[in-house]
Design a protein around this ligand. Structure first.
Ligand SMILES: O=P(O)(O)OC[C@@H](O)[C@@H](O)c1c[nH]c2ccccc12
Length: 267
């Protein structure tokens, strides 16, 4: 897996199903909504660029949200989200490609397809503005090559968020030509979150790369911390979805707004 650490069993199981999952016969041809323009528009409007994630559940979540994902997505946009991320992995995250298509139809912000894409044909499952490629899971026996998948995605019109977790993975992402790089604060070997990860890895990113801090961002103080460390944008799921809380006590719009209105001096 690029390093010697064992992958958490939950992630192994996600990967095992991802390796088996087929793609689509046709080839998608996307007219993407620009992610970097959406970030710039948010900044111009005084909002922190946040990619809010529609994630019905996850291996680390305490519960599940059963509301209509389209309604949740609309509330996120209402709360100032610059873009949305939609999990399409069905078995461990409760996602679906059809849900992503419905959400993309309902909003006008860019939509990221969050999944474990390992092979080129898996790019063709659904149109999205941005697609995620996870460095740690590529360039392995039985999976695609990062640089090849990056160009295959771009040929279809996708923008690509390349996810890293270490300095070595960041170097591989840059080498492969990534322009938008995510640093995941969650270690997929242990599933533990540590915001130091972004602070450690971000300084190595070359000028001109758009940097997204991913996972574990809970509060306006966390937003401030990631922004001070150089995050151009943040990817937030759990703190907005509030998995454990009952639907009537969860205000997704307010959860999103709390983070999009954070200032760099928040403590
Ligand atoms: O719910 P959080 O801690 O705010 O994290 C969101 C997002 O970063 C996380 O869902 C994620 C980051 N990389 C992934 C890869 C696959 C699935 C999920 C993810």
């Amino acid at each position: 897996m690029g390093d010697s650490e064992e992958i958490a069993p939950a992630v192994e199981s996600i990967l095992a199903t991802a390796r088996e999952r087929g793609g689509a016969d046709g080839r998608v041809d996307v007219e993407p909504r620009s992610l970097t323009d959406a970030f710039a528009d948010a900044e111009a409007d005084g909002r922190v660029p946040v990619i809010a994630e529609v994630k019905p559940t996850s291996p680390t979540a305490v519960g599940e949200r059963t509301e209509d994902p389209v309604a949740l997505a609309e509330q996120m946009v209402e709360g100032g989200a610059a873009a949305l991320s939609v999990l399409t992995e069905p078995e461990h995250f409760g996602g679906s490609a059809a849900t992503l298509a419905r959400i993309r139809e309902a909003v006008d912000v860019p939509v990221l397809r969050k999944d474990f894409v390992l092979h080129e044909e898996q790019l063709d499952v659904v149109e999205a503005d941005v697609i995620l490629l996870i460095v740690r899971f590529l360039d392995e026996p039985g999976t695609g090559d990062l640089a090849d998948l990056l160009s295959a995605a771009r040929e279809r019109g996708f923008q690509v968020l390349v996810e890293t977790h270490t300095a070595d993975e960041l170097a591989r992402a840059v080498e492969a030509g990534a322009e938008i790089v995510g640093v995941n604060n969650r270690d997929l070997a242990k599933l533990a979150v540590d915001l130091d990860t972004f602070e450690r890895v971000a300084p190595d990113a070359p000028e001109g790369v758009t940097l997204v801090a991913e996972s574990g961002i809970q509060s306006p103080a966390d937003v401030a911390r990631m922004r001070r460390a150089g995050a151009d944008a943040l990817l937030v799921g759990s703190a907005i979805m509030d998995h454990g809380a009952p639907a009537e006590e969860t205000d997704v719009t307010a959860n999103t707004r709390r983070l999009t209105t954070a200032t760099t001096t928040h403590e």
